[in-house]
Write a protein that binds this ligand. Structure first.
Ligand code: C5P
Length: 220
């Protein structure tokens, strides 16, 4: 099959993973949630009460991060332990920008992401996919949405899951995560020069999926 690597980058809660999963299904691509990998590294740091990057890397080397597709979506594992839900807690979310700024952690996870992408048919979402992980991806999308809309989407998701959330607090946390991710020294969140900008504010999930799939058609 023809090589197709799609990089989807953008700020927190811009809908990257939702649309990437749907495009993966339609086009028969592997879907890789790179944010989940940084979240697992953060969980390891919190569980072991350590900021020692070598220790974090060594624990992940011994208990590799893996993904499994199930009825309820994609499950995430650290070794044998399922961590799908625990990596989405506020505690992890609010610490992840700090852990993901360590160059050694990034180097380690980027190598793993590139290894997974080497099969040639993948859609990956994150912050540095188009700039660092897959600089020669066939298609690069930079997905944005207003802070208000992103906070409202996350608020509704949390409500549906029964997680009590304060909307205003969510807006502050999303803006803060964007600020940290965009201003860090190593691999900051940045639109690649050859990425296509897609503003999903006011658009449906289907609109964005169709937009990406149209761009794929234009490649051939
Ligand atoms: O995509 P998600 O919001 O789950 O990502 C969690 C965090 O992981 C981001 O806020 C960012 O700090 C980090 N991340 C990253 N590079 C990626 C993906 C995520 O630094 N490629």
């Amino acid at each position: 099959m023809k090589k197709l690597r799609i990089a989807v980058d953008g700020p927190a809660s811009s809908g990257k993973s939702t649309v990437a999963k749907l495009v993966a299904k339609d086009l028969d691509l592997i879907y890789l949630d790179t944010g989940a990998m940084y979240r697992v590294a953060t969980l390891v740091a919190l569980q072991n009460k350590t900021g020692d990057v070598q220790k974090i890397i060594s624990i992940i080397s011994q208990n590799p991060i893996s993904f499994k597709n199930s009825q309820n979506g994609q499950q995430v594992f650290l070794g044998e332990e399922e961590v799908t839900d625990v990596i989405r807690t506020n505690e992890v979310t609010n610490a992840v920008s700090k852990i993901s700024a360590f160059p050694e952690i990034r180097e380690f996870l980027v190598a793993e992401q590139q290894r997974i992408a080497s099969n040639g048919r993948i859609i990956m979402d994150g912050r540095d996919i188009g700039t660092v992980v897959l600089p020669d991806a066939e298609l690069k999308i930079f997905l944005i949405a207003s802070v208000d809309e992103r906070a409202e989407r996350r608020y509704k998701e949390n409500l549906a899951k029964g997680i009590p959330t304060n909307l205003e607090q969510l807006k502050v946390e999303i803006s803060e995560r964007d600020r940290k991710d965009s201003t860090r020294e190593i691999s900051p969140l940045k639109q690649a020069a050859d990425a296509i900008l897609c503003d999903s504010t006011g658009k449906t999930i289907k609109d964005v999926v169709t937009f990406i799939e149209e761009k794929v058609k234009e490649l051939s």
